[in-house]
Design a protein around this ligand. Structure first.
Ligand SMILES: Cc1cc2nc3c(=O)[nH]c(=O)nc-3n(C[C@H](O)[C@H](O)[C@H](O)COP(=O)(O)OP(=O)(O)OC[C@H]3O[C@@H](n4cnc5c(N)ncnc54)[C@H](O)[C@@H]3O)c2cc1C
Length: 327
């Protein structure tokens, strides 16, 4: 008998990762639909204190595996720990973020539990007591719906696809310690190095305003006016694969199917045609403003506002208007 919706929590820099709070939001809503508790698995070393964060953001029960061998993520260690939590929690579904950890952990955990995984989903719902997951396919041009014949269904959720539950420190929950007895010498995969990519300014994933440019910008220098607009609006600069492949912007700024997934309030698509592989990375944007000199550009179909003109005329005028508004 399955008992709830379990989230595999992720810890980053000593805090609960923002993607975990989004996934917990999805778990809370799914648990309410199914009349079951929202559960969280907190796996790591020195992490027990974070259980209250998970409760404040919607978890009814938190299962804590706090052991020195779990100080860093390892597939062997975390799969073994999650297997113990699964035995204690017996969930209908295990949800996690579509992050480096989730990508690695999800399929392996599903196999260990004799179940299946659906990765990179946008939404989960409960219908007739069954968990249903929805994910994009064909480069973001269609959506596929999955139901599961095995339990627990292991589902990873794309970042920015779900809203966290508002923090409420008065929420009450139950914390259960699980002893997984992980032996460090049995962990075959070892992290041998860690390199932080230095990112200046606001991270694309966190930005509320993004000014993204494509091949239409024409050169690396052309991006300076996009940087100006981003600065004026307190936002970040993004790019298409074409702009990155040309060496005009770093690959870390690429948005799309093979780049970053973003969900700002305002997304400027400048000199971007609107290829589905690019748009797959920004469908979570609340408002898309396309600036393109070709009135037939497909990007206008997914935009809330469109300006048909040369970006070299439009952007300086926008920067000036922002300056005047601020003055
Ligand atoms: C498997 C796969 C994965 C991919 N993943 C990604 C991905 O993650 N991200 C991504 O971006 N792409 C990705 N692509 C590439 C994608 O298919 C497109 O080729 C790419 O997004 C096109 O980039 P673009 O819009 O900058 O260039 P183009 O399609 O060449 O469009 C340039 C646009 O600029 C306009 N323009 C030109 N000059 C001006 C001007 N002066 N002012 C205003 N507008 C102007 C033109 O009218 C045109 O619409 C992927 C492709 C494949 C096959």
């Amino acid at each position: 008998m399955a008992n709830g919706i379990l989230v595999a929590a992720e810890v980053s820099g000593g805090a609960v990762a923002s993607i975990t709070l989004e996934v917990l939001g999805a778990a809370r809503r799914l648990a309410d639909q199914m009349g079951k508790p929202a559960q969280a698995a907190l796996v790591g070393s020195g992490v027990e204190g974070l259980a209250k964060e998970l409760i404040a953001h919607g978890a009814d029960q938190v299962f804590v595996v706090d052991e020195p061998a779990l100080a860093k993520y390892s597939c062997d260690g975390f799969v073994a720990a999650m297997e113990k939590v699964n035995a204690a929690a017996s969930p209908d579904a295990i949800l996690m973020g579509q992050s480096d950890m989730g990508r690695d952990l999800g399929p392996r955990l599903a196999f260990r539990l004799g179940s299946v995984s659906a990765m990179d989903c946008l939404n989960v719902t409960g219908e007739g007591g069954k968990v249903i997951a929805e994910r994009p396919c064909y480069g973001g041009n269609a959506r596929a719906t999955y139901s599961f014949n095995t339990s627990p269904a292991v589902i990873s959720i794309r970042s920015k696809a779900q809203e966290p539950v508002a923090r409420d420190d008065s929420r009450q929950g139950q914390v259960t310690k699980v002893d997984a007895g992980i032996d460090a010498s049995a962990i075959r995969d070892k992290l041998v190095g860690h390199q932080e990519v230095a990112e200046e300014g606001i991270r694309l994933e966190d930005a509320d305003v993004i000014v993204a440019g494509g091949r239409g910008i024409g050169s690396a220098e052309g991006f300076s006016v996009l940087e100006e607009l981003a600065r004026a609006l307190g936002g970040a600069v993004g790019a298409t694969r074409a702009a990155c492949d040309n060496g005009w912007r770093p690959v870390s700024e690429q948005i799309g199917l093979t780049g970053k997934i973003v969900g700002p309030t305002l997304y400027f698509a400048v000199g971007i045609s609107g290829a589905s592989q690019h748009m797959a990375g920004c469908t979570g944007a609340k408002n898309i403003v396309a600036i393109n000199k070709d009135p037939e550009a497909i990007v206008f179909k997914s935009s809330r506002f469109g300006i048909v003109d040369d970006y070299k005329k439009v952007l300086p005028a926008l920067v000036e208007a922002c300056r005047k508004l601020k003055a």
